[in-house]
Design a protein around this ligand. Structure first.
Ligand SMILES: Cc1ncc(COP(=O)(O)O)c(C=O)c1O
Length: 461
């Protein structure tokens, strides 16, 4: 142990030496950076001993809750037995067991798992696998991907190209070529005709047609894959209209394009099922995962793919020439196995399924506040969209107004009242909830109470 360090000294060390992610460093030159020191169940504690309710599962990650001895012990045991060996032309028991376990919970014949250390690498690996697969089966011109406007799929150069959020891309351009974007399922602010938006079937058809139009515009013979989240995160939890994924599956099949379900957020109980694909009843060709697979007790991600995608690589000299030193790390795999046990044995998927209605009702009850324009989501993944004028939601905040509302009022007030959630001003302002999956009535009541207090106080002009 080093010398005792005070809260103020820790904050100063972080401010001076730590490059915090997605942070305007300048904003913390004259105000404290939050420093969290421990967690227990649904709560986090900062360096000053203040308690916070983790309504974001610490960035959509900590499904099973904080401070669990069982998950920590699973990691300790594995580190002692075999801390590390790569899965490069080799296996270790934890990776083999976890791959089989994921194959068992994934839908259909998604039976083969390529491990990474996180979600961006998972998306990167899925795109690379799609390209490598098509080269092997004699369609080398299929290299492009279609994803949706605003959707976040990660930050490495390939995954960033798949991402549809201009604000986080422009500094790094030119990106990997060949990624195009189509309309998402934002029903509150859609460019489709209002009559089509109001009707489930027509809206689903219009959104699926937008994906088909993008494929056709690029030339279907050049498109390798479509990447979609079951519920799109960025923009504020856009659920799919009923029937949407069946239509998208059909579009992909007709054009010979692979369908990738990016479940980095939506997997492992977030939507009350192992995967969003199961909830929405479609069979993707690949599932990308990360975050909740370990509940954050170690770093892991990966791609689960259908058997046919591995077939060309099962014979001769063919190889998917891709690997990552810490992909499928033994400690991470052991922790993931223990975490899947927890999700199953403690019935957390069923709990989310059962608690969804009550959570939704609590959030929907906030619609009486003039600033709350829309409430949408699924499972334990919801967003409130904030509006300037409830009678005219079409009048949008300017970027400066969004920033003043979210960074100047909503985010600090939520933090002061001890609720961790996401207040996002990158597009139309939203407050997102993605709680630890153990949240019960008491925690959900607390979320509602704090949101009501904060959203009653904020001023939009
Ligand atoms: C849908 C989706 N894909 C990919 C990623 C990237 O994951 P990571 O931050 O683990 O690289 C994220 C991260 O939030 C995500 O939400």
């Amino acid at each position: 142990m080093g010398p005792a360090v005070t809260a103020e000294e820790l904050e100063a060390l972080a401010r001076r030496h730590l490059w915090t992610h997605f942070t305007r460093l300048g904003a913390y030159q004259d105000r404290p950076l939050p420093v969290f020191t421990r967690g227990q169940g649904p709560r986090l504690y900062d360096v000053h001993g203040r308690s916070f309710l983790d309504g974001l599962a610490s960035l959509f990650v900590v499904q099973a809750g904080h401070g669990r001895a069982d998950l920590a012990e699973a990691g300790r045991r594995q580190a002692q037995e075999l801390a590390y060996y790569p899965i490069w032309s080799a296996a270790h028991p934890a990776a083999a067991r976890l791959a089989a376990r994921l194959a068992a919970v994934a839908p259909g014949d998604l039976n083969r798992v390529f491990f990474t250390t996180g979600g961006s690498e998972a998306v990167e690996s899925a795109w690379k696998l799609a390209r490598a697969y098509f080269k092997e089966v004699g369609q080398p011109q299929r290299t492009k991907v279609v994803s949706r406007a605003l959707a976040y799929h990660g930050t490495t150069m390939g995954a960033l190209a798949v991402t549809g959020l201009p604000a986080i891309k422009s500094a790094f351009e030119p990106l990997v070529p060949g990624a195009v974007h189509a309309a998402n399922t934002n029903r509150f602010r859609s460019d489709f005709e209002p009559e089509a938006v109001a009707d489930d079937e027509r809206f689903a058809s219009a959104c699926a047609a937008a994906i088909e139009d993008a494929i056709v515009a690029e030339g279907p013979e050049t498109v390798a894959a479509v990447f979609l989240e079951p519920v799109q995160n960025t923009g504020g939890c856009f659920p799919p209209p009923p029937g949407y994924f069946a239509k998208v599956r059909d579009v992909c099949d007709r054009h010979g394009v692979l369908l990738v379900s990016d479940e980095v957020i939506c997997g492992f109980g977030r939507l009350g099922a192992w995967f969003g694909a199961e909830r929405y009843g479609f069979l993707p060709d690949m599932i990308t995962f990360a975050k909740g697979v370990t509940s954050g007790y170690a770093a892991l991600g990966g791609v689960v793919c259908r058997d046919f995608l591995a077939e060309p690589f099962l014979q001769g000299d063919a190889s998917y020439a891709h690997g990552i030193t810490f992909g499928g790390h033994p400690v991470s795999c052991a922790v993931a196995l223990a975490n899947l046990d927890v999700l199953q044995e403690e019935g957390l998927l069923t709990h989310v399924e059962e608690a969804e209605k009550g959570f939704a009702e609590r959030l929907q009850s906030l619609r009486d506040l003039p600033v709350v324009g829309d409430v949408r989501g699924a499972g334990f993944f919801w967003a409130l969209e904030l509006v300037k004028d409830p009678d005219h939601p079409e009048i949008r905040f300017t970027p400066e107004e969004r920033m003043a509302l979210i960074r100047g009022q909503v985010a600090p007030k939520l933090f002061q009242r001890g609720l961790i959630c996401r207040a996002d001003d990158r597009v139309d302002p939203v407050v997102q909830l993605s709680p630890v999956l153990t949240f019960g009535d008491a925690e959900l009541d607390e979320v509602e109470e704090i949101l009501r207090a904060v959203l009653t106080e904020v001023r939009t002009s």
